[in-house]
Design a protein around this ligand. Structure first.
Ligand SMILES: NC(=O)c1ccc[n+]([C@@H]2O[C@H](COP(=O)([O-])OP(=O)(O)OC[C@H]3O[C@@H](n4cnc5c(N)ncnc54)[C@H](OP(=O)(O)O)[C@@H]3O)[C@@H](O)[C@H]2O)c1
Length: 307
């Protein structure tokens, strides 16, 4: 039976990148819909659950993407609402690559640092979709996470959203001038730049003097790069005593993870792959073990039983 991926994209044009990766990951057909809004979801989902019998539904899966993460979260909620046992299909949310990118960065940090309990983490421009996901996951690992924003109100909004979404405590700090970096970097062991493409967030002098720093990750692949002195292809090399990863160093793992997640969708019909579940798959790929404090993702079927 052919593997069908229903692509629900909140952007007008469904992502070609997501389509190609889906085929490379083993989907036989991708049914792509763009400009999808909440009101469209129920009928689209019903179209894919009533056509094949429940025992064959693991051959059908749903992908939710688009440029806007909050729109993607709403589409995910609507899609979950439209499913009911035994008519379930697995679903993955990765609007703008934010989950897979954040997870790839977080798992490389976990591999490098080990136990993150009580470690200070600074996430630059952590108000965007990638930074928020990374902040939530690292805080779940027990790290003391601070996100930065240029605007206090924006930082506070993101802080509240992350705390509620991941059930964690994170802090927000205002960063509108690099001269504040030395103060913000005090005691910080992990630095993650999730600022926009083509914006340098950290001059070399700022992180070279950060004495506690052990690992630095830059997700910006477009020159000027986000952390001066980290090269785009850096993958765990040591520079100035700090283990560093550049955007392609993370991006290569992100693509591998993206494919593994799509393949996983077709193994059963009750998975919901959002940040935490995607992180578990990434940890499996690198052979890492989740610390006891982190719980394995609960399949949707079991969540429903608990309600
Ligand atoms: N390798 C991959 O596959 C992949 C996939 C997705 C994303 N990425 C990269 O990951 C990074 C984060 O992505 P994202 O979508 O979360 O980022 P984003 O939403 O574009 O930007 C993140 C934050 O940057 C701040 N910002 C915007 N313009 C700025 C400026 N001129 N100077 C300083 N700060 C500014 C904003 O925060 P405030 O307004 O609160 O300051 C914004 O919320 C990007 O570099 C992106 O290219 C890589």
């Amino acid at each position: 039976m052919r593997k069908l991926l229903l692509q629900l994209d909140s952007s007008r044009l469904p992502s070609v990148f997501d389509q190609i990766v889906a085929y490379d990951a083993g989907a036989d057909v991708v049914l792509s819909y763009g400009g999808v809004t909440e009101g469209d979801v129920r009928d689209l989902i019903h179209g894919c659950i009533f056509t094949r019998g429940p025992k064959d539904l693991h051959n059908t899966a749903v992908w939710i993407g688009g440029n806007n993460m909050s729109a993607g979260e709403q589409l995910l909620a609507m899609a979950q609402d439209a499913l009911f046992a035994p008519f379930c299909v697995s679903i993955m949310l990765d609007s703008n690559g934010s989950n897979t990118t954040a997870v790839a960065g977080v798992v490389r940090i976990e591999e490098t640092v080990g136990d993150l309990e009580g470690k200070k983490v600074l996430i630059l421009a952590g108000t965007g979709p990638v930074g928020q996901r990374a902040a939530g996951l690292l805080a779940k690992d027990g790290a003391e996470v601070t996100i930065t924003s240029r605007k206090p109100e924006q930082g506070e909004k993101a802080r509240q959203f992350i705390s509620a979404r991941f059930n964690v405590q994170v802090e927000a700090a205002t960063l509108n001038d690099p001269s504040r970096l030395p103060e913000l970097l005090q005691g910080v062991e992990v630095l993650l730049n999730s600022g926009p493409a083509g914006v340098q967030m950290v001059p070399r002098s700022a992180w070279e003097r950060a004495e506690a720093l052990r690992v630095a990750v830059d997700l910006n692949a477009v020159p000027p790069l986000g952390i001066e002195g980290i090269e785009v292809n850096d993958t765990g090399v040591t520079r100035n005593g700090v283990v560093v990863f550049g955007a392609f160093g993370i991006g290569n793992f992100k693509t591998k993870l993206h494919k593994a997640c799509v393949a996983r969708l077709f193994t059963r019909n009750d998975l919901v792959l959002d940040a935490e579940a995607i992180a578990e798959i990434a940890r499996e790929l690198v052979g890492g073990k989740a610390p006891p404090s982190r719980k394995a993702p609960v399949p949707k079927k079991e969540l429903a039983k608990k309600k």
